[in-house]
Design a protein around this ligand. Sequence first.
Ligand code: NCD
Length: 358
Amino acid sequence: MMKTKHVVDLADLSHEELIEIIHLANSIKEHPEDYSDACRGKILATLFYEPSTRTQMSFKTAMLRLGGSIIGFDNPQNSSVSKGESLKDTITVVGGYADIIAIRHPLEGTAAAAAMYSASPVINAGDGGHLHPTQTLTDVVTLYNEMGRLENLTIGLCGDLKNGRTVHSLIKTMSTFKGNRFVLISTAELTVPQYIKDIINSSECGYVEIPSLADAMPLLDVLYMTRIQRERFASEEEYRRQNGVFVLDKDKLKGAKKSMRILHPLPRVDEIDVEVDYDDRAKYFIQTVYGMYGRMALIMKMLESGDRTPSPRIMPTHHYRCCNPKCITASEKYLPAVFREAGGDMLLCRYCDGRTLI
Ligand code: NCD
């Protein structure tokens, strides 16, 4: 049985639990018929406050393939959210209907907030630019199968490292495995947030920042390409200045190892040329299939305990509010201010991990 009830961050799982889920995903992939009734009678709610193709469909397919059922919305305008219902109320109600909830929201820290009010287990399916643990699960199932290991890898991450939540989640998880090295390939404006660099620095892994994809290429065991996150830019002009800087094409691949693997959380815009799809190193489509099996395994494990007790009330730890304007606490004002002390004058928001100076 898993120790955590909710999965807001993949770090909520121990290494042993993560490896167990990868093995279960592989077993489901090998013998899907053995699992087709594993969640019979159970209901998954997908609450998607932000557009999604893969993640939402992959969650739904995962539950259907386990014999369970699905409810939910993919456009909050069709739900009571459009009448002004708070996250707390929506989650309290849905947590009473469904056995498990997958939530995606444009604001950072939403999944942590949802977990406070849901009687059923909550899975973070993406909270703004913050985290995306089930994409990381997808990525680690892919790496485990395609590379044969999760350790001693040189992993290049290229594109929008600032706003790409999949990048943040992946670095967080892979920095807990020994011997990994990160090569951060981005413009100066789109480098990873400081808190992610701090996580690498406090791990046994290291990173280098290289502004050129061609220069980085020969070093890499894995290249994780990402799109520029248009919807998270203040203006179209700012987006246009960043888009198209890094494009992977056949020519650039000439400098790569034969054994390198190319991953991408998708959707792709124009950062990978279509020609690359036909290269044996391209694994981004098979990655989506691994993701579905990973989510099947995760749902199965999370439903094992059957825990449906409402979470205890959480009280504020400080009188300050988080100063990240994209934090869920900025719009849902009833949420208790909960911080971790980070030394000196620094507080870290329990919802979005943002820093607040006092
Ligand atoms: C990613 C996301 O939503 O963060 N997509 C996904 O879940 N597969 C990546 C992206 O939108 O760029």
